[in-house]
Write a new protein. Structure first.
Length: 213
């Protein structure tokens, strides 16, 4: 077990459900915090009888939804100037922000759900949705679905795995690496497809008749 896991385990042992609520909440409006890890550890603790798994899942779900809505409000009322000024603290450079905004506008609700499982996007999800002008009534149900899926996946994994903490730590690390690799491949494939389509369009354009001029 790494020192980070040990420290989180001690924090969870001291504060219990409060640690889950606070860490998941603050992570979801942009503060770098180990919300996902503490959820897994709390689920393992529930398997060992130290916490209740339904309480862990319910508190994490509520904290995730509220946290993202706080982020949404910050993005909506602070807007782009706020993200340009402080976005670098959550790895949102102006270039990345512009690309994320275009992606959010194009794909909307699907991004809100999927982003829950992507490190970095999970923390900036609500901020981006608010800053790009997504209607709150549209954001709220997608956010709830994403939070339910995320909490359900990790709390179930932690509970079923029980006390196999080293395996869980390895799985979390491998999951993030695989997800990063899949994202890189997806982006590369998308760029390649767009490039190929642009070339085909250029080839299909009629050739100017210089003799008619």
């Amino acid at each position: 077990m790494t020192s980070a896991f040990a420290d989180l385990g001690a924090l969870l042992g001291q504060y219990g459900y409060l640690a889950v609520a606070v860490l998941v909440l603050v992570e979801d409006f942009g503060v770098p915090a180990p919300g996902e890890t503490v959820l897994i550890l709390a689920s393992i603790a529930a398997h060992d009888g130290r916490l209740n798994i339904l309480a862990v899942a319910g508190i994490a779900f509520a904290a995730a939804v509220v946290g993202d809505n706080i982020g949404f409000a910050i993005g909506r009322f602070g807007g782009r100037p706020l993200l340009h000024r402080y976005g670098r603290y959550v790895l949102l450079t102006p270039h990345r922000l512009a690309r994320a905004e275009r992606f959010m506008i194009r794909h909307g609700g699907k991004v809100v759900v999927i982003a829950r499982f992507v490190e970095g996007l999970r923390q900036a999800n609500g901020l981006l949705a608010g800053a790009t002008g997504m209607p709150w009534r549209r954001f709220l149900p997608y956010n709830a679905v994403g939070a339910a899926a995320w909490v359900g996946a990790w709390s179930t994994l932690g509970y079923l795995a029980g006390g196999h903490l080293p395996e869980i730590e390895h799985l979390v690390t491998r999951y993030e690496l695989y997800l990063l690799g899949a994202a890189v491949l997806a982006v590369a494939g998308f760029v390649g497809w767009r490039t190929l389509r642009a070339r085909r369009r250029r080839r299909a354009l009629p050739v100017p008749d210089s003799e008619s001029r």
